[in-house]
Structures are given as structure tokens and as C-alpha cells.
Design a binder for this molecule. Structure first.
Ligand code: TUI
Length: 318
């Protein structure tokens, strides 16, 4: 049993968050993860507040366990969704793709645990001062909107700089990744890519098949020039992005190319021209399993490794 500060704080059994993946992480996936003892997270993505509220009501019908909602701060509805979440008094809010500073006060007043994604030591410190409960530090190995630093470098530096729990994200797909995150000082992990293959995940089957087939070098980052770098599996859309970059296309042209492409892949199943967001760990994500099995398997493996992890004489890793 791996029980950490974040388990105690959030009343969860396993210190694992399911990544709030835009267009993908709905109430069904989040409920399955929370029921299995992790923290299920509904992604609000670019959705208007009423659509997100509907998801919250649906998860409450399925589970009494703690769940989270992810606010994607680049969304045109970020402000309205943030107010609605305070109103609904959701148990946990995770934020991504920006600075949630102006919302922290209303969320804390509503008794909500607030856990932003921090891309650097400076942001982690800043968020801690603003009163958040923990931070998620996501390395550039992650899928979707990414920062610059790797998980391996980001986690220990943030752990040394703040006094709140740090959750590691980016590149974690099995028990080895979990054990490594604990070695770096993390109090928990957030996993996205592996949950794409969860039985309860409703992403299009074509998307799942592409994740299953992916190898270690099959992701690329598009849109670095636009200021919105996004890690995806390589396909025809990535070639189109490269072509635009080669021709010194304007930022507007590149942003136009990316628009609506996640929906195209995740909902419509067009994995040639859609945006198939995925982490670099996709190469070891190969089997479809229920959420409960994913979580149990990952933590059994992590526990075994941590028990045997000893470089002193007699240890199995000698
Ligand atoms: O947010 C994510 N991953 C995402 S969001 C998303 S939807 C989207 N689609 C198209 C374009 C852009 C987004 C798909 N994947 N991960 C969390 C994350 N947050 N990664 C990096 C950050 C981050 C970056 C800057 C957090 C805070 C931050 O603050 C600094 C600032 O300058 O605001």
C-alpha cells in the first residue's frame, strides 16, 4: 500500500490522478477512476459552463467518491466555467495551460482543493504563495500542451522549492514510472496516455489503435512558434504543420490549421488529419483494460520495485 500526503489530503486510496484530457476525459472515465480509488478528472476543455455542469451532475449520480475538474485556461469559457465550479463546490480543481491566479480566492472560499499545473519552479512557488493545496509538475514528455522541462529535471527542483505536495506528470505509464516519481520526491502521479486505452475511455477506437501501434519516437511537438506547443502522434497533420513552418507561415495560419483538430481525431476518428495528442510513453501503452485493472497493476508493480530497490549489497538491482 502506497499512502502519501496527497491520499490523506484528498481522501483517495491510490496517489494517482487521471489526466484531464480535453474532448476525452468525461464523467464516465472520471467516475471509473475515482471508483477504483484514484482521482478521476473531468476535462472542461473548450466547453461552455452548462455542458461542464451537466458532466458534474452525471458523475455525482455514478459515484460518491472524490473527483476533480480540469480548467483549461486557454478556453474562451475559462472565466464562466471557473465561477460555475465554485458554485457547484466540486471537490478538486486542476488547472492547465495558464495561470489560475485570479480564480484561486473564489475556489478556496468555496472549500475546493486547488491543484494547478506548474511548468517551472517559479510558477510552483508563485502558486504556493497564492494558497494552492498542491501542484502538478508536467514534463515535456506529456501529451497535449507541453512545457520545456523534462519530468526528471522538473520534479526534484520543484520538490526542493515548495512545501506542498508535488504530483509528477509526463512519461509515466507503468509501475516503473510511479516508482521513479517517488524517487524524485513526488507525492503522487498524473497519468494521461495510459488511460486512453481504458475500457471506460470513450475516445474513438481509431485513436486507441494508433496509441497501441505507436513506438517511442512516434510523437512530435507542433506549434512551438505559435506559443502553444502540443505533443501529438506523427501523422499527415504534423506534415502539414512542418510544411507551414518551412514556408515561414504566419502564426495565424498555424493556429488556423490546429483549430478543431482534436475533435476530429478524438470524436470523429480521423487520425490522419486530426490531432492525436499523446505522451512519449505511448510505446509501452498497448493493452485495453478497465481503469481498476490499470491502477492496481501499476501500483503492484511500483510496490514490488520499491521493495527490491536497493543498491546496497544483497539488493536485486546490485
Ligand atoms: O494543459 C495541458 N495540456 C493540454 S491542454 C490541451 S487543449 C489545447 N488544445 C490546443 C491548443 C492548446 C491547448 C491539450 N493538452 N497540460 C498542462 C500544462 N499546463 N502544460 C503546461 C502548462 C502550463 C503552461 C504555462 C501551466 C501554466 C503556465 O503558466 C504560465 C503562463 O505563462 O501562463
Amino acid at each position: 500500500m502506497i499512502f502519501t500526503k496527497i491520499c490523506e489530503m484528498l481522501k483517495i486510496e491510490y496517489p494517482i490522478f487521471q489526466g484531464g484530457m480535453a474532448q476525452i476525459s468525461d464523467f464516465g472515465l472520471a467516475a471509473a477512476v475515482s471508483e477504483a480509488g484514484g482521482l478521476g478528472i473531468i476535462a472542461s476543455g473548450n466547453n461552455p459552463p452548462e455542458a461542464v455542469r451537466d458532466q458534474i451532475h452525471k458523475i455525482r449520480e455514478l459515484t460518491d467518491k472524490v473527483f476533480g475538474v480540469n480548467v483549461m485556461l486557454l478556453s474562451p469559457y475559462a472565466k464562466e466555467v471557473s465561477r460555475m465550479l465554485a458554485d457547484e463546490r466540486v471537490p478538486v480543481i486542476v488547472t492547465g495551460a495558464g495561470n489560475p491566479g485570479k480564480y484561486i480566492k473564489i475556489w478556496k472560499e468555496a472549500g475546493i482543493k486547488v491543484i494547478p499545473i506548474a511548468p517551472s519552479v517559479a510558477f510552483a512557488r508563485h502558486f504556493e504563495k497564492a494558497g494552492v493545496d498542491a501542484v502538478i509538475c508536467e514534463g515535456t514528455e506529456a501529451g497535449g500542451h507541453v512545457g520545456e522541462l523534462t519530468t526528471m529535471c522538473l520534479i526534484p527542483q520543484v520538490v526542493d522549492s515548495v512545501n506542498i505536495p508535488v504530483i509528477a506528470a509526463g512519461g509515466i505509464g507503468d509501475g516503473r514510472g510511479i516508482a521513479a516519481a517517488f524517487c524524485l520526491g513526488a507525492s503522487g502521479v498524473q497519468v494521461g496516455t495510459r488511460f486512453l486505452l481504458a475500457k471506460e475511455c470513450k475516445v474513438h477506437q481509431n485513436y486507441k489503435e494508433m496509441i497501441k501501434k505507436a513506438g517511442d519516437t512516434d510523437t512530435a511537438v507542433t506549434g512551438r512558434k505559435t506559443g502553444h506547443p502540443v505533443r501529438v502522434l506523427k501523422n499527415k497533420l504534423v506534415s502539414q504543420f512542418k510544411e507551414l513552418e518551412k514556408n515561414n507561415a504566419s502564426i495565424e495560419e498555424m493556429e488556423a490549421l490546429g483549430r478543431g483538430k482534436l475533435y476530429m481525431a478524438a470524436v470523429e476518428g480521423n487520425v490522419d488529419y486530426g490531432s492525436v495528442m499523446s505522451g512519449q510513453i505511448a510505446g509501452l501503452v498497448n493493452k485495453e483494460q478497465p481503469c481498476r485493472e490499470i491502477i492496481c497493476e501499476m501500483f503492484e508493480e511500483a510496490e514490488k520495485i520499491m521493495k527490491n530497490l536497493s543498491l546496497v549489497a544483497g539488493g536485486k538491482n546490485e
